[in-house]
Design a protein around this ligand. Sequence first.
Ligand SMILES: [Zn+2]
Length: 174
Amino acid sequence: MFAEELATLYLEKLGVTNFPVPVELLPKLIGVEPVFDDLGSVVGGIYSCIDNVKFISISTRLREPEKRHVIAHECAHAILHHPFQSLSRTDCSLEEVIRDKQEYQAELFAAYFLIPKWAEFNEYLPIWEIADMFCVPDELLQFRLEHEKNQALSYFFSPWTSYLKKEAIKWLKK
Ligand SMILES: [Zn+2]
């Protein structure tokens, strides 16, 4: 199952129909203990599992949108990649994060959990204004919007479509 579909399912389980999404309900639902701590200036959050007890540590240095992002992201690791340890670094650019498949999946889950598929908003508003409505960092909203756009485009570039194109060219050349 895709991370974004999983996010929709968890929202349904929590009965969430409005935004900003109450992300603080997610750790309890999946049996993860949230711990708020000073993690220094580089780390935003950590997911760890010790003796079968799952924790997410969240930096107390984060602003509200970043804190919400880190909670959703670290919970995604607990859901998708357990057992596993993860660090959410604050000094990584999104591009660096995307290189890692598990990081990409966790980001996808966080994006579609905090900005639900069913959420309707005016896409012509400035990014910061929409991000503010969902109480998420601008970059997460941008990531979510770009992912949706690429998914719509991927239909045209799928292997199946290029196969059909090749067959059509073969047929035309006959
Ligand atoms: Zn991560």
